[in-house]
Design a protein around this ligand. Sequence first.
Ligand SMILES: O=C(O)CCC(=O)C(=O)O
Length: 333
Amino acid sequence: MTPWIATMLGAGSVRGNDEHESWWPACIAGLNRIGLRLMDWVIDVSKTERGRSVLSPQSAEAACRALRTQGAAVLRGAFSKVFIAGLYKEFITQFGAMDAAAMNVRAKSPPPHPFLKTGGKRFDIVPRMAGVFADPTVYAHPILLQVLSTVLGPKMRLGGFTIVVSFPGASVQHIHSDHSPLFPEGDLGTVLPSYAINVNVPLVDVDMETGPTGVWLGSHRWPASRKAAPETVTRVPFRRGDCLLLDYRTIHSGMPNQSRRRRPILYMPYARGWFYDDENHKGRPTLDMPLDTYLALPESLRPLLLRAYTQAMRALLAAEIAGSTPSSRESPD
Ligand SMILES: O=C(O)CCC(=O)C(=O)O
């Protein structure tokens, strides 16, 4: 048994600390079942694949199959740890001085601002795409593009570049998917191919104590009437360099942070060219890339980053259209 499976099965102490957590201890009961399904959706990127920045046809097919059938895939070791350490440093430069209370105050202030509260002591924040955050190695990583362009087509766009940070004491997040159904009539959306995939890149090692994102595998195909049973959640720890690809329809929830460390995860949603996420980011641009940086990009990358231009305007419009209705990701508290 590999060490990370062992970590998962020996999930450590669990304590409820708010009303959402009544279901959390039941997750442990589901862990044995989870072990059986791990190999379906976790793909180990080999040293050679990482070195060449390309997946073998078998690995690429396994990742695409996992996204199709499970609505999720983990690419273990897609990024180098040194590169992720650089991203973490930039996160600390931009937001290291803020604690949960400071972010809460900002999240409650009138828009526009980069802070969205997505749970107790959990926030989605928009960093400036400066320094290493502007490095194409992160948002145009060839291994990511290899998988994503197969699933979403060659005209996909990066729709956002945000960081979800959970602070020590963060409670388990409400169970949700990242968007309401595109076609609620007759659950049509559940039989369609994927239209958007959120790529989550943890900037620190995430164990069971720090709290990974829990996933309900296969839920992208569930009818709206089927609710996620908390005890069937799948959760695996992450090491720096891993990333989690989640279909926008897949049901998930951030696990509680019972450690003393904050847990930042980079969020990069990629979508087919016709899809704009107007639900999740009212009043804030989701991709804060300075225009000069955009214009300095190689021409081949500009189509992927086109939303650096358009998101700023759409954010203002979305604030007007959506009014005060909370999105599925926003904290209901
Ligand atoms: O914090 C996490 O692990 C998940 C966050 C999330 O799903 C969200 O903000 O929508």
